[in-house]
Design a protein around this ligand. Structure first.
Ligand code: DQA
Length: 144
Protein backbone atom coordinates (compact mmCIF):
# COMPACT_ATOMS: atom_id res chain seq x y z
CA UNK A 1 0.00 0.00 0.00
CA UNK A 2 1.18 3.49 -0.87
CA UNK A 3 1.64 6.23 1.73
CA UNK A 4 2.13 9.76 0.47
CA UNK A 5 4.76 11.60 2.53
CA UNK A 6 4.65 15.35 1.91
CA UNK A 7 7.32 17.80 3.00
CA UNK A 8 6.90 21.56 2.95
CA UNK A 9 9.20 24.53 2.36
CA UNK A 10 12.92 24.50 3.13
CA UNK A 11 13.00 20.84 4.11
CA UNK A 12 14.98 19.97 0.97
CA UNK A 13 17.78 22.17 2.36
CA UNK A 14 18.39 20.35 5.63
CA UNK A 15 22.05 20.39 4.59
CA UNK A 16 22.22 24.13 5.32
CA UNK A 17 19.60 24.43 8.09
CA UNK A 18 20.55 24.57 11.78
CA UNK A 19 21.79 21.07 12.58
CA UNK A 20 21.34 21.69 16.32
CA UNK A 21 17.59 21.83 15.56
CA UNK A 22 17.17 19.60 12.52
CA UNK A 23 20.05 17.14 12.93
CA UNK A 24 22.69 15.98 10.50
CA UNK A 25 20.56 14.24 7.88
CA UNK A 26 20.50 15.72 4.39
CA UNK A 27 17.14 15.67 2.61
CA UNK A 28 18.17 12.80 0.27
CA UNK A 29 19.24 10.81 3.36
CA UNK A 30 15.89 11.58 5.01
CA UNK A 31 14.02 10.36 1.91
CA UNK A 32 15.97 7.07 1.87
CA UNK A 33 15.40 6.64 5.62
CA UNK A 34 11.64 7.12 5.19
CA UNK A 35 11.46 4.79 2.19
CA UNK A 36 13.40 2.06 4.00
CA UNK A 37 11.25 2.46 7.13
CA UNK A 38 8.10 2.23 5.02
CA UNK A 39 9.31 -0.92 3.26
CA UNK A 40 10.09 -2.56 6.62
CA UNK A 41 6.47 -1.89 7.65
CA UNK A 42 5.06 -3.24 4.38
CA UNK A 43 4.32 0.15 2.77
CA UNK A 44 5.64 2.02 -0.23
CA UNK A 45 6.44 5.64 0.61
CA UNK A 46 5.97 8.22 -2.14
CA UNK A 47 8.05 11.04 -0.66
CA UNK A 48 7.64 14.54 -2.13
CA UNK A 49 8.82 18.05 -1.21
CA UNK A 50 7.70 21.45 -2.35
CA UNK A 51 8.33 25.03 -1.37
CA UNK A 52 4.99 25.99 -2.91
CA UNK A 53 1.62 25.96 -1.17
CA UNK A 54 -0.29 25.33 -4.43
CA UNK A 55 1.77 22.25 -5.21
CA UNK A 56 1.12 20.76 -1.77
CA UNK A 57 -2.60 21.51 -2.10
CA UNK A 58 -2.61 19.75 -5.50
CA UNK A 59 -0.95 16.68 -3.98
CA UNK A 60 -3.52 16.63 -1.16
CA UNK A 61 -6.36 16.78 -3.73
CA UNK A 62 -4.75 13.83 -5.55
CA UNK A 63 -4.59 11.88 -2.26
CA UNK A 64 -8.24 12.75 -1.51
CA UNK A 65 -9.29 11.44 -4.94
CA UNK A 66 -7.17 8.28 -4.64
CA UNK A 67 -8.00 7.58 -0.94
CA UNK A 68 -4.27 7.62 -0.16
CA UNK A 69 -3.11 7.92 3.49
CA UNK A 70 -0.85 10.94 4.03
CA UNK A 71 1.97 11.83 6.39
CA UNK A 72 2.77 15.54 6.16
CA UNK A 73 5.46 17.80 7.49
CA UNK A 74 3.99 21.13 6.41
CA UNK A 75 7.13 22.95 7.72
CA UNK A 76 6.43 26.69 8.13
CA UNK A 77 3.01 26.28 6.44
CA UNK A 78 2.01 24.41 9.63
CA UNK A 79 1.64 27.70 11.41
CA UNK A 80 -0.51 29.69 9.00
CA UNK A 81 -1.72 27.90 5.88
CA UNK A 82 -5.50 27.67 6.11
CA UNK A 83 -5.44 26.64 2.44
CA UNK A 84 -3.39 23.52 3.24
CA UNK A 85 -5.64 22.81 6.22
CA UNK A 86 -8.76 23.03 4.02
CA UNK A 87 -7.17 20.67 1.47
CA UNK A 88 -6.08 18.25 4.22
CA UNK A 89 -9.65 18.19 5.50
CA UNK A 90 -10.74 16.65 2.17
CA UNK A 91 -8.75 13.46 2.76
CA UNK A 92 -10.73 10.27 3.30
CA UNK A 93 -7.80 8.16 4.55
CA UNK A 94 -5.87 9.12 7.72
CA UNK A 95 -3.55 12.12 7.90
CA UNK A 96 -0.65 12.27 10.38
CA UNK A 97 1.33 15.49 10.97
CA UNK A 98 5.06 15.16 11.69
CA UNK A 99 7.90 17.49 12.61
CA UNK A 100 11.61 16.86 12.94
CA UNK A 101 11.91 19.35 15.80
CA UNK A 102 9.47 19.97 18.63
CA UNK A 103 7.77 23.23 17.64
CA UNK A 104 6.29 23.57 21.15
CA UNK A 105 9.81 23.93 22.54
CA UNK A 106 10.70 26.68 20.05
CA UNK A 107 9.56 30.23 19.23
CA UNK A 108 5.98 31.12 20.15
CA UNK A 109 4.83 31.47 16.52
CA UNK A 110 5.58 27.76 16.10
CA UNK A 111 3.26 26.79 18.96
CA UNK A 112 0.21 27.06 16.70
CA UNK A 113 -0.55 24.39 14.12
CA UNK A 114 -3.50 25.08 11.86
CA UNK A 115 -3.11 21.53 10.49
CA UNK A 116 -3.37 19.52 13.76
CA UNK A 117 -7.13 19.93 13.95
CA UNK A 118 -7.61 17.89 10.77
CA UNK A 119 -4.90 15.30 11.51
CA UNK A 120 -5.38 12.04 13.40
CA UNK A 121 -2.37 13.02 15.47
CA UNK A 122 0.98 14.77 15.50
CA UNK A 123 4.45 13.34 16.09
CA UNK A 124 7.18 15.90 16.73
CA UNK A 125 10.64 16.20 18.14
CA UNK A 126 12.21 12.88 17.25
CA UNK A 127 14.18 13.95 14.19
CA UNK A 128 13.87 11.54 11.24
CA UNK A 129 12.35 8.99 13.62
CA UNK A 130 9.22 11.17 13.75
CA UNK A 131 8.44 9.84 10.24
CA UNK A 132 9.05 6.21 11.24
CA UNK A 133 6.82 6.62 14.31
CA UNK A 134 4.17 8.12 12.03
CA UNK A 135 4.45 5.20 9.60
CA UNK A 136 4.04 2.80 12.52
CA UNK A 137 1.00 4.73 13.78
CA UNK A 138 -0.40 4.68 10.24
CA UNK A 139 -0.01 0.92 10.13
CA UNK A 140 -2.05 0.63 13.34
CA UNK A 141 -4.70 3.05 12.05
CA UNK A 142 -5.09 1.08 8.84
CA UNK A 143 -5.12 -2.22 10.71
CA UNK A 144 -2.37 -3.63 8.48
C1 DQA B 1 9.37 21.86 11.08
C2 DQA B 1 9.06 22.89 12.17
C3 DQA B 1 8.54 24.19 11.55
O1 DQA B 1 8.27 25.14 12.58
C4 DQA B 1 9.58 24.78 10.63
O2 DQA B 1 9.06 25.94 9.99
C5 DQA B 1 10.11 23.81 9.64
C6 DQA B 1 10.32 22.42 10.03
C7 DQA B 1 10.03 20.59 11.66
O3 DQA B 1 10.03 19.58 10.96
O4 DQA B 1 10.55 20.61 12.77
O5 DQA B 1 10.46 24.17 8.52
O6 DQA B 1 8.15 21.48 10.47
Amino acid sequence: MKILVLNGPNLARLDIRDSSIYGDFTYPQLVTFIQEGATALGFTADVRQSNEEAQIIGWLHEAADDLTPVIINPAAFTHYSYAIRDAAELLKAPLIEVHLSNPMAREEFRHTSVISGVAKGTIAGFGPNSYILALSAMKNLLGK
